[in-house]
Structures are given as C-alpha cells and as structure tokens.
Design a protein. Structure first.
Length: 278
C-alpha cells in the first residue's frame, strides 16, 4: 500500500519529476472542478493549479506536456457494456470510433464514443496513446476520488477489457500512469492504493513515485464549519508542514521543530516556487 504521510515530502516531488523527466511527452489529466461563477474570479482547484506548475517545470526540462481539463470536456456516462445481459461487450471491435482525426491510432473502442457524436473522451484517449506517461489529478470526495475522475476511468475501461477479456494485446503496456489526489480529512491513502491497483489492472506501468496523496487533516471527524471555511484559504496559501517536511532554507520558514502532531503551514506560493527550483 502507498504510504501517505498526509502529503508528499520534497523528496517525493523530486522522485515524481525525475520519473517523468526521462520521457519525451506526458499528459496530465485534471479532473477537479469549480463553478463557472467562482472561476470568473480566478478560483482554480489546487490539484489543477499544481498540475499546471509541474507541467511548466517539466517543459523547462525539455519534456512536452499536455494538460487536459476533463471537467471542461463533454464526456458521456459509461454505458455499462461490460455487464450487458448477453455478456461483456466493452471494447468490441464493432465499437471502434471510425474517425481518423479523433482516433488516429485506431485504439479507441468505446460504445459511448461511437454512439454520441459530441463525446470528447477521444481527446484524452488520443493524448494517452501519444505519450509515454499519463498522470491524473483529482480531489477526494466521500472516501473516493471525485466523480469526474471516476467517470473518466469508467469510460477508459475498454483499454483493460481488450486484453483481459477479449484476449488482445495490452495496448498500454509501455505507458506509465500515476495519480495525485488532494483531500480534506478522509481516506486519501485508501483511494491512492485502490486507484494504483486499478491502473495497474488496466495494463499501465504504475511506478510508486507517480502516486501522491495530500490530506488536509488526519482527523476524519473534523467537520466543523470553521474547518471548511479555513480550508480554501489554507489550500491556496498554505500547506501543512507535515505533508512536505521541507528542510529549512535561508530566507524561508519551511520547517518546524514542533512535535509531529502539531501543525505548521507552508505558503502555497513557496511550494510552487520550490518546485521551480527542483
């Protein structure tokens, strides 16, 4: 099981980036969302903001990075073809998306993509097959990763089904996959562990450094109004020091001598600046 220390240490971030830095091209798929109203004022999910900044640093290392915001795509629900009354029909050859622009590699075989002309899962599928690694970014919601992430994973099930049920070649055996999850107070480590196993079952390579979780508080019973009111500002401006355990550097306040169960916060801007220096 992936150990979540309520957030990655700086070494974990370095390892994450080092694994990805050897690739020519990677794709980040962000799945968290905000209402259009608050987006007008610049509100952006922490996981999405983090994805963009890490992507920029990888680009500085010569890696081509696509960042796809799944929350902005039209992605229809999974049609449940894996459990139809006549058997498993997911990824059947008849479901091939016959559009060379949307499916240039001929890999996308999903009935929802086939049936709904406005479906945009192809943008994610196309990017995955053009990359050496895919990293999903999401938020923890009620004990599991958020709904948009779950929808994307369900819709990608044909990748797994083609080689596990239909007996065809594993089309993603040479592609790495990872996940970054940010949560409030409950079971981020469990979600990371479950989704790592899921992506491995899909056929992806799943190196440990590509799975990172962050949890705002270890107290699962902390549901006070104050906690939720304070959390957005804390996520925007600060990171709990126990998540990162950064070494103190000249001119910064990035470390603490407090006991492990005491909190200290790290300004989010400092975290992003630190990534730029990796």
């Amino acid at each position: 099981m992936i150990e979540i220390k309520y957030g990655p240490e700086i070494e974990d971030i370095r390892n994450f980036m080092e694994v990805l830095s050897v690739h020519k091209k990677v794709v980040f798929v962000t799945t968290s969302s905000r209402s259009p109203y608050v987006e007008k004022f610049g509100e952006s999910p922490k996981s999405s903001q983090l994805a963009r900044h890490i992507a920029q640093k990888l680009k500085e290392r010569g890696v081509e990075v696509d960042v796809i915001d799944a929350s902005k795509l039209t992605i229809h629900n999974c049609l449940g073809c894996v459990s139809e009354i006549h058997g498993n029909n997911c990824g059947a050859k008849e479901s091939l998306l016959k559009d060379s622009e949307k499916n240039p590699n001929g890999k996308l075989r999903c009935w929802a993509s086939h049936d709904f002309k406005d479906d945009e899962l192809w943008k994610i599928s196309k990017a995955i097959y053009e990359s050496q690694a895919v990293i999903f970014f999401g938020s923890q919601r009620w004990g599991s990763v958020n709904a948009i992430y779950q929808k994307v994973i369900e819709r990608l099930d044909w990748i797994e089904n083609m080689h596990t049920t239909l007996g065809e070649e594993n089309s993603v055996k040479d592609i790495q996959a990872g996940l970054v999850v940010i949560g409030q107070n409950w079971r981020v480590a469990d979600s990371i562990d479950t989704q790592k196993k899921t992506l491995e079952y899909f056929g992806f390579q799943t190196p440990d450094p590509l799975f990172i979780g962050w949890q705002y508080t270890r107290d699962s019973n902390e549901e006070s109004p104050e906690s939720y009111r304070n959390a957005p500002d804390t996520f925007e401006q600060s990171w709990n020091m126990k998540l990162f355990r950064w070494e103190k550097k000249k001119g910064t306040e990035l470390s603490t001598d407090k006991k492990p169960n005491e909190s200290k916060f790290l300004v989010f801007k400092d975290f992003l600046n630190e990534i730029k220096n990796l």
